[in-house]
Design a binder for this molecule. Structure first.
Ligand code: ARG
Length: 394
């Protein structure tokens, strides 16, 4: 012990003290010196600080944010957006080639619902004047009316089936709804300084799933289950449903098609899916189907799971029970920050810009400081405080 102690003390300037206790060596370091060194290096290297090259020549695909765009961008997608963006920055710093993909939820029966709602109650001029809110209203109205009249659900399914099989009118409607919804997402990404290399979402894979289904068939993996097509992947996990009885594709069918496309395009060494805890089973199934197909890269597939954003222990919702829009949350944070900043410092220059940085920064910092896989409670006042572990304090 005495020998190790001397060796360590001689080798590392920053160690001030070593005390053996029990089976452990307690090592004390010179905090001030370490901090000073780090800061000096950071100031010298600026943007290059922390760079390293252990990811050189390696490719990483990160699938993050990926909102479902028939509805408003809700607080529920904040975590994927910010955790994914952080991972992207960290991997870049480590020398990896990083490809950020926003796998938009731009396909599925929800678009059938939007189309039916638009055809029944939509007013083009009104929507054009205020697209995001009017489209959201239509979506909410669909759900309210469908509670009274369940046949609407059938109409929506039928509308989506028509869309899937290439109906021109519906396709154009879909395209327009998609574009308008994307504008809302873009506002949010601009505020948060988040960007992507690709926006190929679920719709992009609509006409690219047949080869996957064929391959599953050829490999003898596709089993008929009362008209639906499934793949069995072990006794401890439910089978993966690949095709519905009506021939419609599913979430996992599109994800299979997407992962093969990404492997081809980016030749990834790692692929990260930044998606909530509730999709654990989905990614386990994805991994197992790929292994069953004879591919050896299932270990490079990582589900970066995370917990929910709660309010008073429950999933966040508005007073009326609707989803909380992320844009409103950020807007609120900026307003609160503005108030605090201008009260503390009435002569401050550029208060709007600073309020954006402090307000959005508070929400982001709070999101990232919480343990990734646990749920956390959303408390706007607390995260905007200028003391404690908060963005504004930092
Ligand atoms: N749009 C999905 C959702 O909000 C997330 C998509 C995650 N990515 C994926 N490749 N499945 O639930």
């Amino acid at each position: 012990v005495a020998f190790v102690k001397t060796l360590l003390l001689e080798s590392f300037d920053v160690i001030s003290e070593i005390n053996p206790t029990g089976g452990f060596l307690n090592i004390r370091v010179k905090k001030t010196e370490i901090c000073a060194n780090i800061l000096k290096e950071a100031v010298n290297k600026l943007g290059d600080f922390g760079n390293n090259d252990f990811g050189l020549d390696k490719n990483v695909v990160i699938d993050y944010s990926s909102p479902n765009i028939a509805k408003s961008f809700s607080i529920g997608h904040l975590r994927s957006t910010m955790i994914g963006n952080s991972l992207k920055l960290i991997y870049r710093k480590c020398g990896y080639n990083v490809f950020g993909i926003n796998y938009l939820g731009d396909w599925g029966t929800q678009f059938g619902k939007m189309i039916i709602a638009y055809k029944k109650w939509g007013n083009l001029a009104e929507i054009k004047a205020d697209p995001i809110n009017k489209l959201t209203e239509l979506y909410v109205r669909f759900h309210d009316e469908a509670k009274e009249d369940p046949s609407l659900e059938d109409e929506a399914r039928e509308a989506f089936r028509k869309l899937e099989t290439g109906d021109q009118e519906y396709y154009e409607l879909w395209q327009w709804i998609r574009e308008e919804s994307l504008k809302e997402s873009q506002q949010i990404y601009d505020l948060l300084h988040v960007s992507f290399d690709s926006y190929n979402g679920e719709a992009y894979y609509n006409d690219k799933m047949d080869p996957v289904v064929d391959e599953l068939m050829e490999k003898g993996l596709l089993i008929d289950d009362q008209g639906a097509k499934i793949v069995r992947i072990g006794d401890d996990v439910p089978p993966a449903l690949i095709k519905r009885r009506d021939g419609g594709s599913l979430y996992i069918t599109r994800d299979l098609s997407a992962i093969f496309d990404r492997k081809n395009t980016y030749n990834f060494d790692k692929i990260l899916y930044v998606v909530g805890n509730e999709q654990k089973l989905h990614f386990e199934q994805l991994r197992r189907v790929i292994t069953a197909m004879g591919y050896d890269y299932s270990d490079s597939i990582n589900h970066i799971n995370f917990g929910l954003v709660l309010q008073n222990g429950r999933k966040m919702s508005t007073r009326g029970g609707g989803v909380v829009k992320l844009y409103d949350v950020l807007d609120n944070a900026m307003k609160l920050a503005y108030k605090q900043i201008t009260e503390k410092n009435p002569n401050i220059e550029n208060p709007e810009e600073i309020a954006r940085k402090v307000g959005c920064g508070a929400v982001v910092f709070n999101d990232l400081k919480n343990h990734r896989t646990l749920d956390y409670d959303f408390d706007m006042e607390k995260m905007l405080k200028f003391e404690g572990q908060t963005g504004p304090y930092l």
